[in-house]
Design a binder for this molecule. Structure first.
Ligand code: SAM
Length: 467
């Protein structure tokens, strides 16, 4: 693995960089696999794999001794865990150190696909909080929606917007996470092909894009709110220099910096290196493979100062918003209610033919957001009401809000995989009608039992294709 000389050169004076160790760790061929459990779905004892210790800075992250075939583990498809690079799980620690998570918060994950950070954030916020999980690139929103669906939580709204679109949500979010698109040098060990695509020119381009993204999104951060910025690049141009730029760029009329750098507490055995930017002494946190058990990563945090900057409401909120939701009739509500564990915690709306369940406390937020953003998914899709019956959606089956009374049929590994391949099932099931298929008690999706016949309702687009 020949690392780009220009990259090595650019890191010479960066704290924590040791060229010999850096080259050696990239040539070692070592691959680290880690997963993060979904606390709503899985306890570590129920995991099929052997683990090899805890990710030190994560309450739910574990290393695996080798990379198993996740595709052939039904629990992976059930959203029981997320395969996530260990260093990036540090986001949990920084949020916990600086944000009061017991409060109902509005959090934006701006660059969210495929959903690693979003699923992490969802697991640590309260049920009363809202996570807006946004991805600008249309072709990447589907995988984000799929992963959020499998995660099962109702308090997430997936959007497909450019950072600029958020400018109308002035001072709206308590926390914004910008896991920025970058030149990717931190992941060379995982993807050696990326080495050939690396160039100094691309680093410069990425740095410009990162600045533009931050400039576009900052107005929507509340005064007193926190911004967490991360990359998987080692290049100071995309890391510490962006912190300098951010502090320089955002001054009040009285020349007070509005973005205050946050310092995090570190444990010595984590191996994370704290850096300080050249011009503004902003704190950054570097993850060097070899020093940490994980890949290259950089993260920094800021608090937006409590300064007057022209009103703290969204442009929209000051106007009277016309509700545009089509709500369910009482008769229709009675049809969907039995499917839910705590039906009174939700309000129900119709979107085309689909019925959605949205947590009650998010009604006002959804009203605001739907006028400003392109909403790809909100709450949990319950299904369609046809002739006074609910034809249930897959999303409901794998959600955390489904009633445990709904008929379930447990299957073994072979049948679970048969189901996930969307093939014919030959199982004994004592019920008729809609039944949830479970593996190790976790829902995989719906089947419909009609006499001796079993119809497989696993979503075609998600089926396992390999043998
Ligand atoms: N946060 C994700 C996770 O943990 O799974 C990974 C995000 S990845 C590092 C960066 C994301 O930014 C990509 O999904 C990419 O499509 C998106 N992106 C690319 N250009 C962008 C732009 N101009 N503004 C905002 N996001 C952008």
């Amino acid at each position: 693995m020949d690392l780009p000389p220009a990259l090595l050169q650019s890191l010479q004076n960066v704290k924590g960089f040791n060229q010999e160790a850096f080259i050696q760790v990239h040539q070692s061929g070592q691959q680290i696999t880690s997963i993060r459990l979904n606390p709503e779905k899985l306890k570590i004892q129920n995991l099929k794999f052997k683990t090899e210790g805890h990710v030190l800075w994560s309450s739910l992250g574990y290393y695996l001794p080798s990379r198993p075939s996740f595709t052939l583990d039904p629990l992976f498809h059930a959203g029981a865990y997320y395969v996530q690079e260990a260093s990036s799980m540090f986001l949990e620690e920084v949020i916990k150190q600086k944000v009061d998570l017991s409060k109902p918060l509005k959090i934006l994950d701006l660059c969210a696909a495929p959903g690693g950070k979003s699923t992490l954030i969802q697991s640590i916020i309260s049920k009363e909080s809202l996570l807006v999980s946004n991805e600008v690139i249309k072709t990447r929103v589907n995988i984000l929606s799929e992963n959020i669906t499998k995660w099962g939580a109702a308090n997430v709204i997936v959007t497909n917007n450019d950072p600029k679109d958020f400018e109308k949500l002035k001072n709206y979010f308590d926390v914004i996470v910008v896991d920025a698109p970058c030149s990717g040098s931190g992941l060379f060990r995982k993807d050696p092909n990326a080495i050939g695509e690396w160039s100094q020119a691309n680093v410069a381009l990425c740095a410009q894009r990162q600045q533009r993204i931050l400039a576009d999104i900052l107005p929507s951060l509340k005064a007193g709110g926190c911004l967490f910025y991360s990359t998987c690049s080692f290049s100071p141009q995309e890391d510490e220099d962006v912190l300098d730029w951010l502090i320089h760029e955002f001054y009040t009329d009285d020349k007070i910096a509005t973005m205050e750098s946050l310092r995090f507490m570190l444990e010595d055995d984590w191996g994370i290196v704290e850096t300080v930017s050249d011009k503004t002494n902003a704190y950054g946190y570097r993850f060097y493979p070899g020093k940490v058990k994980g890949e290259g990563f950089f993260i920094a945090g800021f608090k937006k100062a409590d300064v007057e900057d022209g009103g703290s409401q969204t442009a929209h909120r000051n106007k009277k918003i016309k509700k545009t939701f089509e709500k369910l009739s009482n008769t229709q509500i009675l049809i969907v209610q039995p499917y839910l564990l705590h039906a009174n915690d939700f309000f129900f709306i119709k979107q085309n033919e689909d019925v959605l369940a949205i947590p009650m406390q998010l009604e006002k937020e959804l009203e605001t957001l739907q006028h400003i953003l392109y909403i790809k998914k909100a709450g949990i899709k319950l299904g369609t009401i046809i002739r006074n019956e609910l034809v249930p959606a897959h999303e409901l089956a794998v959600s955390n809000i489904i009633n445990t009374n709904v008929n379930r049929c447990e299957v073994d590994l072979e049948n679970a995989l048969q189901y996930l391949r969307k093939q014919e099932l030959k199982i004994e099931c004592p019920y008729n009608g809609w039944v949830i298929l479970t593996y190790k008690n976790l829902p995989l999706g719906w089947i419909k039992v009609i006499g001796n016949r079993i119809n497989n309702y696993y979503p075609s687009a998600w089926r396992i294709l390999n043998k």
